[in-house]
Design a protein around this ligand. Structure first.
Ligand SMILES: Nc1ncnc2c1ncn2[C@@H]1O[C@H](COP(=O)(O)OP(=O)(O)OP(=O)(O)O)[C@@H](O)[C@H]1O
Length: 290
């Protein structure tokens, strides 16, 4: 592992009773990146975060956070993990939740947590059980960020937020990462939310890492080509090829000249969608062959 990496996995695998949820998973996220963890339903994103947080034990391989393997003594002070079900006490008020955060965390920043709750427009006196799903998410984020973690993992934090709240949350994360150098791993299915925020990508498909790296490098390493339906391309460069009656659109690796093809750098959404579709086509082919 390079000392510049905040999160790494090597040959990481987790098998549940029904089979492998994650297998041969290798990736690294350098310090200070905001990394998008992307993959179809069941790809292993939640399992990966739970392994990194030490909530699950790997069946094989290893994962490291800030150079340390997680252990059973609980989540270390410099790591925060906000799970999909956002655990909060329904009977507590928002102020009680922040008090609990202060009592339980040595690195707690009360003023920052209070500011995040205030900016979310959530009353401090309201009981958690009476809040909307989106308001609960904002409180859970305040409790998570109030710990001032150096590494933050968020499992689909944006799912129940309205577009303005999503924008505010993403801005908060970007500001925090820029100010403190915090590393963020963020899973989401809404690619447009990630496009302007994430500078790093980990793409899982079928329990394996399909892509990992800085977004700028990954985009620069691919081209989106549009050409005639009978156009030829070097097969080993093609990630995905889609044909309509009149033309072919193909995502290819590298920059080999393709005369007669229109060529441009893909957007993050185009890159991710092509790899996801190619990954599910490969998984279907493996199932048929088995
Ligand atoms: N506790 C468990 N017991 C058995 N199988 C599990 C368990 N948790 C997850 N799985 C299986 O492991 C695989 C990966 O699940 P995981 O929740 O990590 O995927 P995900 O990428 O987070 O999915 P989603 O996008 O739907 O949240 C799935 O096939 C799932 O059914």
């Amino acid at each position: 592992m390079a000392s510049s990496d905040a999160l790494t996995a090597a040959d990481l695998g987790k098998r549940y009773r029904r089979g492998w949820a994650l297998r041969d998973c290798d990736f690294s996220v350098p310090h200070g990146r905001i990394s998008a963890l992307v993959g179809p339903n069941g790809a292993g994103k939640t399992t990966l975060m739970a392994l990194a947080a030490g909530l699950l034990e790997p069946t094989e391989g290893q994962v490291r956070v800030m150079g340390r393997a997680p252990d059973r003594r609980g989540i270390p002070a410099d790591l925060a993990f906000l799970a999909q079900d956002k655990p909060l006490y329904r009977g507590f008020t928002v102020a009680d939740m922040l008090r609990a955060g202060r009592a339980l965390n040595t690195t707690w920043d009360q003023a920052y947590a209070e500011r995040l709750v205030y900016e979310a427009g959530v009353p401090r006196t309201a009981r958690i059980g009476t809040l909307s799903g989106g308001q609960r998410t904002r409180v859970a984020l305040a409790v998570t960020l109030g710990r001032r973690p150096r590494v933050l993992m968020l499992d689909e934090p944006l799912a129940d937020l309205d577009p303005i709240a999503r924008d505010e949350v993403m801005r908060t994360l970007m500001a925090e990462a820029a100010d403190t150098g915090m590393t963020v791993l963020l899973s989401s299915h809404v690619l447009s939310d990630l496009e302007n925020v994430c500078d790093h990508l980990v793409l899982l498909a079928d329990g394996r890492t399909r892509l990992c790296g800085d977004v700028a490098d990954l985009l620069a390493g691919h081209r989106l080509l549009v050409g005639p339906a009978d156009g030829d391309l070097a097969a080993d460069t093609v990630v995905e090829r889609r044909t309509t009656a009149r033309q072919v659109t193909a995502l290819v690796r590298g920059h080999s000249p393709a005369p007669g093809w229109e060529s441009h750098e893909p957007t993050l959404e185009e890159l991710v969608m092509a790899h996801l579709r190619a990954g599910s086509a490969a998984a279907r082919a493996r199932e048929v062959a088995a």
